[in-house]
Design a protein around this ligand. Structure first.
Ligand SMILES: [Zn+2]
Ligand SMILES: [Zn+2]
Length: 138
């Protein structure tokens, strides 16, 4: 089952599923582009191409190329120099959306945030108790 949505590319209405995030027409176009990219990159001399080289040589949209990588259509085990930028600092990565450093930073931030939230919650609890107490006193 999927949801009826607008295609992010051409705004056509289509049934969005886990495996399909664009409409049929755009999907077919993407498949065609993928074929071209794949034909290019599977050549021995292109196997070690960097992402910008692929973009330049095939004319593929960089975002689309990254989508292919993220979807696992282009296997990084086969094409070791393909990858994309960390969403936070822009360094070169090959999986997830953040590099190891940023993932670590995120974890630390999350931890601090959780501690802060816990402290706030405790404060609120204390205040509640105080209010409750004063009310009882009256
Ligand atoms: Zn479309
Ligand atoms: Zn990063």
């Amino acid at each position: 089952m999927g949801d009826v949505s607008n295609c992010p590319k051409c705004r056509a209405i289509f049934l969005r599923t886990k495996f399909r995030d664009v409409c049929d027409k755009c999907f077919k176009e993407e498949e065609k582009i993928f074929e071209e990219v794949y034909q290019y990159i599977r050549k021995k001399e292109n196997r070690k191409a960097m992402i910008n080289q692929v973009v330049e040589d095939t004319g593929v949209d960089e975002d689309l190329l990254i989508k292919f990588i993220k979807m696992g259509k282009l296997k990084l085990s086969q094409f070791p120099n393909l990858g994309y930028k960390c969403e936070s600092c822009g360094s070169f990565i090959q999986e997830g959306s953040l590099c190891a450093t940023c993932t670590n930073n995120m974890r630390k931030q999350l931890k601090t945030y959780n501690q802060e939230e816990k402290r706030k919650a405790e404060l609120i609890e204390k205040e509640k108790k105080v209010t409750f107490y004063t009310k009882n006193e009256e």
